[in-house]
Design a protein around this ligand. Structure first.
Ligand code: BGC
Length: 857
């Protein structure tokens, strides 16, 4: 065991709530988190001090005797709307040595509806088919400006500009929430964009999620039929006076050159019409009614451009079409620079795959995914503002001699901080992992969606229920998922049912209101955020929603706690289900449903315990136990076979610990037998997939888990990799071995659910597993595959709230060398491949061990 050279003692990353950008806090009492950097292995925080220096004021300080570093309560006077200043953290070690942070600038947003003087305004008499409108005004600003902040949001998407310059770098703002209950606003420091004298303000408005087509029935105007802007600019002058410029009925409107925009269909743009009101006929605006109590500040980062990709290849298809291959399935759009005759048309169509050498657009269903441009006659940039597509290939028409250097793909995503990495000596597994990351990027677009390309792109609860552990390792999802859970609570029905999609745009008529594994997101996702980020307050906030869901299940279940019948998705997309019936899985929906009742009731009991609600803890523990007993009586044979006798049935029963001890071995052996007979191919759908490899380990067969994760024949995780996939597919065989697209209705090539296996890769192949909330304690116990073609090395790093954790193992002859770096505040239980165990805390550590053979293990 070694300890590295000393690092200077300091507090590094400071977070307020889950925000990396604390400029628009939505609370008067933001919780704080920080990491400590030190080379002293014995350093332990004894106390901390929070200092807040209001702009132009004296520092206020509060000291707390505590070792806590994550999401600690604001210990000072509550802040008020518009408060600004700097926060400094001081963490005290045993000898009084102090680690101090750099001062961090923070700002509080508008906390009360009454803080808003602005009103929503949109063009008078607007129609659904009108071009995207611009609303605008001009205003005189006299005197020297010392600071200016714009608070802004819209019904629809907006792009705001001051004096011709875009404000901020957000895309698809204000994002997507359950608007009728929660509408996010943004705020920007715009001091530099203003001048003394006349200033021009404008916003272009797009249909977006607010008014665009929604779901496969393509209905429009789900949240309202009027686009509108809400903008309030607060200016402070050198003489101490203030000026407020606000959207109201004095603003004006005009049409833009965006002739049509829709997030499924694409955008049609006349590039001869500038995005500017100058020279256009101005029309009046009207006030649009909206409840200002719905306004709230961001919980996490906005959607931004996260990467641009060059052209990989330009292909001429068999029918003579020009198709660009960007080499990566992504979400965003194409940016193309060109010059052509005025009025000439450029059309860009998008698809994720090629079939028979042409764009494979059938998986898009009704989404047209087409951007078109009427050229201006000068130098043009063809790039949409108000749409996005899921694509790897783009078919371009209307551009002669396409120059690859003038085209790029623009990838967008909620700009979450990347926290987790994983790499190994196995190229195909590395590609699989990269596909998971890209799948998450493209589907974390403010809402965690199923897919980004077809006439859907909705916040399916089942998908994120299974993927949230993986997501919360790869990126800091704390703010993003808390925000989505707040929407879930808003859209949850009075009787506790949870809609299948959040925000709920499918309405009451949709029959999935209480479907197992989908609605269970209400109980599972808050638990994941507790485990991964130690967010206890979030659990407290969601507790009524978690409880209401389980109460609903109790009302649906039989007296003895079996959840039978009713509408279920079940083990959705089990590979043996026919293409046209994804719910026809091997395991009975009753087994899946009852299993979820047992599990969610236990999670609610855990949450109640955490919150000190002892009576409720006892009640829900009892509910879970009673259902578990009934599960055994009804679905498990005396020796330990589970009804369905398939991978998912055993995976649930083993991982969620349903079986009496004396039947576990038999069930484990049966699972191993099934997996061997299947030639290690996967036979699970959404429900079993995140569990199956852990189940094989619990069955004492890590060797089979390894064989399964490295199997390449369909269905398997690596089959798509062998087919050139660059994202995770919805179906195990979205593309069939002969290169044709699966005939099923739902055939996305960018669906993260099956990527849930990456959580196992992090925890078990690399060996970096959380053991206590927020990674305060971890377990380092890589399985080190005991097979000749196993890994030579594997490594993972996770930027925890306490600081970076890294684990790496490497074979060296017969031995395995394991190294780990642990930040202050974290302890690790280490289990080496030879069976030795160690407990360590922060520092750099190294061990060597000779793995046990299969027989010894
Ligand atoms: C979505 C899924 C979703 C499922 C449930 C599909 O159309 O793409 O991922 O969970 O429906 O029915």
């Amino acid at each position: 065991m070694t300890v590295t050279a000393p690092t200077a003692l300091r507090v590094s990353r400071v977070l307020l709530e889950h925000n990396d950008d604390p400029s628009t806090l939505g609370t008067a009492t933001p919780r704080l988190s920080w990491a400590v950097e030190t080379g002293d292995p014995g350093w332990q925080q004894q106390a901390y001090e929070i200092g807040f220096t209001p702009a132009g004021g004296e520092e206020q300080v509060a000291r707390v005797e505590s070792a806590e570093q994550l999401l600690v309560p604001w210990p000072l006077e509550p802040l008020t709307s518009r408060a600004g200043g700097t926060v400094t953290i001081r963490a005290y070690g045993p000898d009084g040595a102090v680690a101090e942070s750099e001062p961090l600038s923070i700002g509080v947003g508008l906390l009360e509806a009454s803080d808003w003087q602005a009103r929503f305004v949109g063009p008078a008499g607007q129609g659904l088919e009108d071009p995207a409108p611009i609303v605008f005004t001009t205003a005189e600003i006299a005197g020297e400006i010392t600071s200016a902040r714009l608070y802004v949001t819209a019904l629809g998407w907006y792009r705001f500009a001051i004096n011709g310059t875009r404000v901020g770098d957000e895309e698809l703002a204000p994002g997507w929430t359950a608007y009728h209950g929660r509408l996010r606003y943004q705020s920007f420091d715009v001091t530099e964009l203003l001048t003394s004298g006349e200033n021009r303000f404008q916003a272009v408005l797009g249909n977006g999620w607010f008014r665009g087509q929604m779901s496969w029935d393509m209905h429009r105007a789900h949240y309202g039929d009027k686009l509108a802007l809400l903008a309030q600019l607060e200016i402070t002058k050198a003489d101490g006076s203030t000026q407020v410029i606000k959207s109201d009925e004095t603003w004006q409107s005009c049409a833009s050159g965006i002739l049509a925009d829709d997030f499924y269909d694409g955008q049609r743009t006349d590039l001869s019409i500038p995005l500017d009101p100058a020279g256009k006929e101005a029309k009046s605006v009207e006030l649009v009614e909206w409840d200002l109590d719905t306004l709230f500040a961001p919980y996490g980062p906005p959607i931004r451009v996260v990467e641009t990709l060059p052209v990989k290849e330009i292909i001429t298809s068999p029918s003579g079409k020009t198709i660009i291959d960007f080499g990566q399935n992504l979400v965003g759009w194409v940016r193309l620079k060109t010059r052509g005759e005025a009025g000439a048309e450029v059309i860009i169509r998008h698809a994720e795959v090629l079939e028979h050498g042409e764009l494979g657009v059938r998986p898009l269903r009704k989404a047209k995914a087409t951007d078109s441009y009427l050229l201006s006659g000068g130098d043009d940039v063809c790039e949409p503002l108000f749409t996005f597509h899921g694509f790897r290939y783009a078919e371009v028409s209307g551009v002669a001699d396409l120059d690859p250097s003038r085209v790029e793909a623009v990838a967008i995503s909620s700009d979450l901080r990347r926290t987790g990495t994983w790499a190994s000596s196995h190229d195909q597994l590395n590609q699989l992992h990269q596909n998971v990351v890209w799948g998450m990027r493209g589907n974390f677009l403010d809402v965690p969606t199923d897919c980004p390309q077809r006439d859907e792109r909705l916040g399916w609860t089942g998908d994120i229920q299974v993927f949230s552990p993986t997501a919360s390792y790869l990126f800091h999802t704390g703010g993003f998922l808390s925000n989505w859970l707040a929407d879930l609570a808003v859209d949850q029905w009075e009787d506790g049912s949870v809609p299948s999609v959040i925000p709920n745009v499918l309405g009451e008529t949709h029959n999935g209101a209480a479907a197992a594994a989908w609605g269970d997101a209400a109980a599972v996702v808050p638990t994941v955020l507790w485990q991964r980020f130690a967010d206890r307050d979030l659990v407290a906030t969601q507790f009524p929603s978690m409880k209401a869901w389980v109460d609903k299940l109790i009302s649906l279940a039989t007296e003895d706690g079996l959840w039978l019948g009713g509408f279920q998705y079940g083990d959705w997309l089990d590979p043996t289900a026919p293409p046209e019936n994804a719910a026809k899985a091997q395991v009975s929906p009753d087994v899946v449903a009852t299993a979820h009742l047992i599990r969610s009731a236990a999670l609610v009991a855990d949450a109640a315990e955490l919150l000190g609600k002892d009576d409720e803890a006892k009640h829900y523990r009892g509910v879970s136990e009673r259902s578990r007993q009934s599960f055994i009586d009804e679905f498990v044979t005396g020796s330990g076979r589970v009804l369905g006798d398939c991978q998912t049935a055993y995976a649930m029963a083993l991982v969620w610990d349903f079986l009496p001890e004396d039947r576990r071995d038999h069930a484990g052996r049966r699972l191993a037998d099934l997996v061997e007979r299947a030639d290690f191919k996967v036979s699970t759908g959404f429900v079993g997939t995140p569990l199956i490899l852990d189940a094989l380990e619990l069955a004492g067969r890590p060797d089979l888990a390894w064989k399964m994760i490295t199997a390449t024949e369909n269905p398997s995780w690596l089959y798509p990799v062998t087919m050139g996939a660059t994202t995770i597919w919805e179906r195990w065989d979205s593309m069939l071995p002969d290169g044709t697209i699966n005939p099923g209705q739902m055939t996305s090539f960018n669906h993260y659910a099956f990527g849930a296996v990456a959580d196992w890769m992090h925890r078990r192949l690399a060996g970096l597993a959380p053991a206590e909330p927020g990674y305060r304690k971890i377990i380092i116990a890589p399985i080190v595959p005991i097979v000749p073609d196993g890994l030579d090395w594997c490594e993972a790093s996770y930027d925890s709230g306490y600081g970076p954790i890294t684990v790496r193992w490497q074979r060296s002859g017969d031995a395995v060398e394991l190294t780990a770096t642990i930040p202050p505040g974290v302890t690790a239980d280490v289990r080496l491949p030879d069976g030795a165990e160690h407990q360590v805390s922060h520092g750099d550590h190294a061990w060597t061990a000779v793995p046990k053979t299969k027989e010894e293990a």
